[in-house]
Write a protein that binds this ligand. Sequence first.
Ligand code: FAD
Length: 441
Amino acid sequence: MNSIVKLPCDDRSCGWYAALPEPQPARRLVGEQRADHVVIGAGFAGLAAARRLASHLPHARILLVDAQRVGYGASGRNSGFVIDLPHKFALEHPDPLHKQRLLGLNRAAIDQLQTLIGRHGIECQWSHAGKYQGAVGPRGLAYLEHFESLLADLGEPYRLVERSELASVLGTDHYSRAIFTPGCYLMQPAALVRGLGGSLPENVEVLEESPIQRLEKSSSGWVLQGNDGCIRTPSVLLGTSIFTQEFGFLRNRLLPVMTFASWTRPLSDAEMARVGAQADWGLTPADHAGTTVRMTQDRRLIIRNTYRHVPRYGRSVDDATRARIREDHAKAFRARYPQLAEVPFTHTWGGAYAISRNFTNFFGQLDDGVFATACDNGVGAAWGTISGTLLADLVVGASSTQLDDIRAVTGMPSLNPPEPFLGLGVSTRIRWAAWNSRSEL
Ligand SMILES: Cc1cc2nc3c(=O)[nH]c(=O)nc-3n(C[C@H](O)[C@H](O)[C@H](O)COP(=O)(O)OP(=O)(O)OC[C@H]3O[C@@H](n4cnc5c(N)ncnc54)[C@H](O)[C@@H]3O)c2cc1C
């Protein structure tokens, strides 16, 4: 038996979610239920797993259960980049085949999302905008040079964009240079996740605001205990990211990290003209400890930076911390857009996700009838989608090249040192990176 100690409790200040209409009332877990499969976690991973299971098993009863509303967790509160290129650490992998596999999997996820968005008419600002990787000072430029060599090795297309051209798109001459890669898509994450949740096949029932408090082995499988009901099932799929540890699996192997974003109200025509910006672009920092900036299709500017190690994940940040982080975001905003200094942020929010010390994603079986995909190292839109899909394939015993590929590129996240050494080590490293990267923040 495993009692869950930490439950998701994301803050109420996510702009993406606030911009959506009120959802229909939640359907909750009540009474004793039986299901052929239960997917816990309705983020990108859980949504994709439930959808794929349903397409394999159209007559099975599949429950998709989340502690919060669909779109409220990390999948609905990220920066909305659906990235095809693996992160720097994966791009540095010595085996070219490893990188090609990751690329292929990410691109399959993008194709899948694009098809679903088209088929179900999901309005989520989906856009094939590509992505700028931007450098401000010498440190950023050194990272950019390295990134360029990795792209050249991989044979991937890219374009160097210099300050003046960048300024004509971004409306700021803050960046010295960027690399533009064309394969990234942008979206409104809460809208996309809600749209995916609302378009699941009929044999998937979505239960929201239904935290699973306990996972118990029984003679016929598993019992999932909620607040007002329970589910008996032979098969559990965990799409619970960092919370996977709470179910007793991958303990001390996942690192809980939180990052934060703020956005402005939509800019007026006059403000757009004042800075000379276009809408609908995204820039991530060449030095990963720097600042991500995005302009949405409805012309809000988003600033994302700041990492925190959050051993007490499952708690939302307090107002004082949020105010401090908002001030840091405002500083980054003013550095880029001094002409818009009076434009206020309307929302500041945080979200937690899992990384591992060896940057390895877990994918596979954890116990009899328990499967998980966890630890996407912060690029979960594409990875969650493809790993959730393939997890369902694994559960039903399907075989495919993609399944072979994901098995080849995933593994076991390495063990963390015990607290307090872990917390001290990670926090020091985050602070050190932020200090070194201050020109890029
Ligand atoms: C500010 C920010 C910006 C980011 N930017 C990007 C980006 O641009 N692109 C990108 O790809 N990634 C980005 N990420 C990371 C990305 O959001 C995550 O990697 C991704 O959402 C993980 O998806 P998931 O489905 O695995 O998990 P999650 O989205 O975390 O879903 C897990 C779900 O499990 C539920 N759950 C947990 N425990 C229980 C329980 N006991 N009972 C019931 N339900 C439970 C939670 O409520 C949650 O909804 C960002 C993250 C943040 C916070």
